[in-house]
Unconditional design. Structure first.
Length: 68
């Protein structure tokens, strides 16, 4: 299974900037900027971002099933 962050696309579709998301979540903009590049994410950030955007944590990611 391959799990890839999808935050940049979500923000683009909603017409939001990282700065706006930072202001609504209290998460530093630099941390949000690194979200799509990192393999590890702080649990509290996942909850704050998903709540601010009105989506589930699962929707923050693209999940691809891979054959073994």
């Amino acid at each position: 299974m391959k799990v890839t962050p999808n935050l940049t696309n979500i923000l683009r579709v909603r017409g939001l900037t990282q700065t706006q998301l930072s202001e609504s979540t209290g998460i530093p903009q630099g941390t949000i900027s690194r979200f799509d590049r990192n393999a590890r994410h702080e649990a509290v950030h996942l909850f704050l971002i998903s709540r601010s955007l009105g989506i589930t944590i699962e929707e923050l990611f693209v999940v691809e099933e891979q054959e073994e």
